[in-house]
Design a protein around this ligand. Sequence first.
Ligand code: PLP
Length: 396
Amino acid sequence: MSKHVMPTYRRTDLRFDRGEGSWLVTENNERYLDFGSGIAVTTLGHNHPALIDALEKQAHKLWHVSNIYNIPAQEKLADTLCAQSFADHVFFCNSGTEAIEGVIKTIRKYFAHHGQPQRHKILTFKGAFHGRTLGALAATGNAAYLDGFGPSLPGFVQIEAFDIELVKAAIDAETAAILIEPIQGEGGVRSVGGAFLQQLRALADAHDLLLAFDEVQCGIARTGALFAHHLFDVVPDVMAIAKGLGGGFPVGAFLATAKASAGMVAGTHGSTYGGNPLAMSVSQAVIDIVGTPAFLEDVCQKALHFKQGLSRILDSYPQIVDGLRGEGLMLGLHCVVENTKIVEALRDEYLLSVGAGENTIRLVPPLNVTKNEIDIALGALERACHKLAEAQKTAD
Ligand SMILES: *Cc1c(COP(=O)(O)O)cnc(C)c1O
């Protein structure tokens, strides 16, 4: 590891050289089954031919033009996303945290535009993760992440639990919006539940608040629905997406109804790279593939198969893992032993997973993973749990 890379990550000592579908291959030609997907990013695995084709074709035509010109590929993707969602308008950026910044700005501007600039407060939830820029960090409200970075952006109120009475009690004359991940990713694959989201919608309507969803991790077909909120029969006014959208190409976006984006007129927001032709071409290819009913149905079928296998493992090793969480192919296991131990044990079995909050691990395979690859992962998990259980016995 070069001493010149700023050491902000605790990195695992693996050096990948290339990807092949659901697999990552190290410099020493060791093959790992990738159920981390670069943290729910590589939607269609590595080196998907349609994405390579989209990127190559665009690379030979045009890499970059400024947003001071029309960008046809951007218009096409905006049309596609709006046709498949609640939204009327899309702004493209380059990451999840930028998408959240856009959501915050859209919310604040909406109330300023309507002559109520005092309404700027956004209610967020404990366990949330919204990104690492200062605005998104303030929304995240994680003390460890904020520590040492000076005054936090004001205007965020964190609600302690998914409890509608707590939300009601937090609303005052300055409240503008509620921001929530329909399924918390980093927080530990915590499902908020459809009933709670519907209660938030009703509360937002009753108080003229905007409802914003962070679908940076749970969006883009991850749950078996193109957007996670489609599972819960509830629509937001504003939404952030990123991660899975580009399938590995850096891109993000925020979407809004015409009403909610009323204040976002010419000159109010911008990005040099946002909506760049390369990012748009790849993202269009991703959405064209994952947005079809047949693809989404296939994700649900495979998720069911995976969940059944995981339930058997939970039954066999209750001393190692004791809870299954999530929807579709955004799954989490609650761990009894330290989650990092399980991530390591899985790595020893050549299966990549990702740790998350509340002592969980995330299993977020590419959405085009095969049933056979899911079975390979289940085998690795079974062996890892067996080893950990044996080690526990000898320790006792
Ligand atoms: C990863 C993530 C972000 C931040 O995205 P970046 O691309 O890392 O800036 C925001 N919200 C959620 C829910 C995420 O999972």
